[in-house]
Design a protein around this ligand. Structure first.
Ligand SMILES: Nc1ncnc2c1ncn2[C@@H]1O[C@H](COP(=O)(O)OP(=O)(O)OP(=O)(O)O)[C@@H](O)[C@H]1O
Ligand SMILES: [Mg+2]
Length: 216
């Protein structure tokens, strides 16, 4: 079963040497499928890192399932139990086998893992499990990374350009998999530069000048 999810950003701000996010408002719940587009340097990854409880912010309110997020607390438990991350560069550990990579989240969390056989079947990675990641193609690596992201049965999938390094065929495979997980009730928040990919999502937002606006 997928746990209920309800997150909201209200007027969230973040500056580095200059303001990057000025007034971000966004609501995400089960079955949401949100794509964020915007120019390079517009703050998309910064926003994903804030949403993913990886980075703090300077002002505004972020609530994650009734928890009001503060900068000086540790949210690693909330993060590992609720969020699965997928990145353009896979972020797998190359010297470990696929199985070892997929099981990594169990080292950091006591949450009961999902059914591994089911994940392996749905991603068609059964033949890869005992291979080391260095030997895999890009599409294979991303399917293994998705398996790792799904292992603890997250209610939210955060994907920062998950198809950025993939060819057209593997891009379709990854998008199909994300849509399948979304239909089960998981929320997906994705960044892409590709308009055709953005069109497949339920909501598209553009990040520009530090503000997020829904495309209509
Ligand atoms: N840790 C940091 N310290 C200082 N500046 C940073 C840091 N992280 C990001 N920035 C700056 O914040 C701005 C937004 O960066 P971010 O990575 O969020 O952009 P992006 O929209 O994801 O870009 P891309 O499409 O190229 O991935 C950039 O100007 C970047 O240089
Ligand atoms: Mg980025």
């Amino acid at each position: 079963m997928i746990e209920s999810l309800n997150i909201e950003l209200q007027g969230v701000r973040k500056s580095y040497d200059r303001p990057v996010l000025k007034d971000i408002c966004l609501k995400v719940e089960n079955y949401s499928y949100v794509t964020i587009v915007g120019k390079s340097g517009s703050g998309k990854s910064t926003l994903m890192n804030i949403l993913g409880l990886i980075e703090g912010f300077d002002g505004g309110v972020y609530t994650f399932n009734d928890v009001v997020i503060k900068n000086d607390r540790d949210y690693s438990k909330l993060r590992s139990e609720n969020i699965g991350f997928i990145f353009q560069s896979y972020n797998l550990i190359p010297t470990l086998t696929c199985r070892e990579n997929i099981m990594l989240p169990t080292l950091y969390s006591k949450k009961k893992p999902a059914d591994l056989d089911e994940i392996i079947d749905s991603l068609d990675i059964g033949g890869l499990l005992d291979k080391r990641v260095v030997l895999l193609s890009g599409g294979e690596k991303q399917r293994v990374a998705i398996a790792r992201a799904l292992l603890l049965n997250p209610s939210l999938i955060i994907a920062d350009e998950p198809t950025g390094n993939l060819d057209r065929f593997n891009t379709q495979t990854v998008l199909d998999l994300l849509e399948k997980e979304n239909k089960k009730g998981r929320a997906v928040i994705m960044i892409t530069h590709d308009e055709a990919i953005a069109k497949r999502s339920k909501q598209v937002f553009t990040l520009k000048n530090g503000v997020l606006n829904e495309n209509t």
